[in-house]
Design a protein around this ligand. Structure first.
Ligand code: NAP
Ligand code: ZN
Ligand code: ZN
Length: 407
């Protein structure tokens, strides 16, 4: 039982209605773009490498296109997942467009918010059964032995690094290596029909949560939950969540559930009514200079989810004595900070990367108890390029989720 179990403030779940269930036959029907893939819901389908429809960026910065990849044959400790939903994270855009670093591996199949159903398990799998509702986040493996892996911080693995869900090298470790001819030795993400993953990197989704709306918890949820816990958000704290996008709206819901007094900090006032609907107590327009000055020295905690270059110094000004500003947004460029911004007021500027697997499960269970899911816009696979443009324009309420039955 975590300390948060003691907190009895529950936020209302808000989500789009789930689509009607799609049969395996429909899922595997020929599409205009693809030759049909194996019926992944058929018992035994994953005994051999399985073809899988997906959306891929064939080149850096290129539009996503229908594509076919091969998933590895099930190993003893693997789980095969029929993917139902894939969340669209801004990191997908950063990486497919080379905004953080050039030279990614292409074709790239993005997507690290994966929600689906187990369709096959290896002989030694102990945690999952066929039919379980599961999720996969940003990692599919790690060295499993370094001190960070052993302490449940696989995202900071020092044994060679975590194996990230897409665009990473599957042959980093013997235990996660795959035949190169099958996979090209590259991990492929969730904008796809199926996935084969070591069970240690699969999480259970609480049954009371709608699967489509719970899918974004696998990245946006844990990325905001982890720093709020790690850096010690307390029920009496004043929390500012900066940027009301996918991560930001989860930060608001989680912060409220943890008992904090939550303010949304957003550019302009367009998102003020949504922020109230999400349950935030206050709203601050970051473009309003006098409002920002008035709010200076008032917050215990700032959670910065902004995806673009921005003035982090202005956010440090919002903190009161001993306040903490945690960056989870990853702007393309370095952030210049004048030392007095930190020194005057004994402030902390920190960062946080997703969360470990145990913590991801803890977050999912917390969301199950508090009935927290993302606010989603369910889209077809062929709408994903438009969705990316809308995400860049901050026109998303508040996470796009691909219905993978439309691949
Ligand atoms: P998102 O849905 O696009 O939201 C980003 C928000 O940033 C926008 O809604 C907007 O909020 C704000 N914003 C955008 N451009 C801005 C600008 N020029 N100046 C100020 N604010 C701006 O993105 P997301 O999926 O939540 O991801 C947010 C960031 O977190 C991305 O950089 C992503 O790569 C990163 N990320 C990090 C981790 C991690 O482990 N640390 C995990 C996942 C994602 P307003 O319109 O309200 O101002
Ligand atoms: Zn993400
Ligand atoms: Zn490790």
């Amino acid at each position: 039982m975590s300390a948060l179990d003691a907190i009895d403030t529950t936020t209302a779940a808000t989500s789009s209605a789930p689509p009607s269930p799609t049969s395996a036959a429909e899922l595997c029907a020929p599409s205009a773009h693809f030759t049909p893939t194996a019926n992944i819901a058929t018992p035994g389908a994953f005994a051999k490498p399985t073809q899988c429809k997906c959306m891929a960026a064939l080149t850096e910065g290129g539009a996503l296109q229908p594509f076919t990849i091969t998933r590895r044959a099930l190993k003893d400790t693997d789980v095969a997942i029929q993917i139902k939903y894939a969340g669209v994270c801004h990191s997908d855009i950063h990486q497919a467009r080379g905004e953080w670093s050039k030279g990614g591996i292409f074709p790239m199949v993005t997507g690290h918010e994966v929600g689906g159903v187990v369709v096959a398990v290896g002989d030694q799998v102990t945690k999952f059964n066929v039919g379980d509702m599961v999720g996969v986040g940003c990692m599919v493996d790690a060295c499993r032995t370094c001190k960070h892996c052993r302490s449940g911080n696989e995202q900071y693995c020092k044994g060679g690094g975590a194996v990230f869900t897409y665009g990473d090298n599957t042959n980093k470790y013997l235990h996660s290596s795959e035949a190169e001819e099958e996979t090209g030795a590259v991990t492929n993400g969730g904008y796809s029909e199926s996935m084969v993953v070591y069970e240690g990197f699969v999480c259970s989704i609480p049954e009371n949560l709608d699967l489509a709306a719970a899918t974004p918890l696998l990245c946006a949820g844990v990325t905001t939950y982890s720093p709020l816990i790690h850096y010690g958000l307390r029920p009496h704290h004043k929390l500012a969540v900066v940027g009301l996008g996918g991560l930001g709206h989860m930060g608001v819901k989680l912060g409220i559930a943890m008992g904090a007094e939550v303010t949304v900090v957003s550019r302009g006032t367009a998102k003020q009514s949504d922020s109230k609907r999400l349950g935030a107590h206050h709203f601050l327009d970051s473009t309003d200079v006098s409002a920002m000055q008035e709010a200076a020295d008032t917050f215990d905690f700032v959670l910065d989810t902004v995806a673009a270059n921005h003035d982090v110094g202005a956010l440090l000004d919002l903190l009161t004595l001993d306040g903490k500003c945690v960056m989870v947004g990853i702007p393309p460029d370095a952030v210049p900070i004048a030392a007095p911004k930190l020194i005057m007021g004994r402030k902390t500027l920190a960062g946080s990367l997703i969360g470990g697997i145990k913590e991801t499960q803890e977050m999912l269970d917390f969301c199950g108890r508090h009935n927290i899911v993302a606010d989603i816009e369910l889209i077809r696979a062929d709408e994903v390029n438009e969705a990316w443009e809308r995400a860049i324009a901050s026109d998303v309420k508040y996470r796009f989720v691909i219905d993978t039955a439309t691949l």
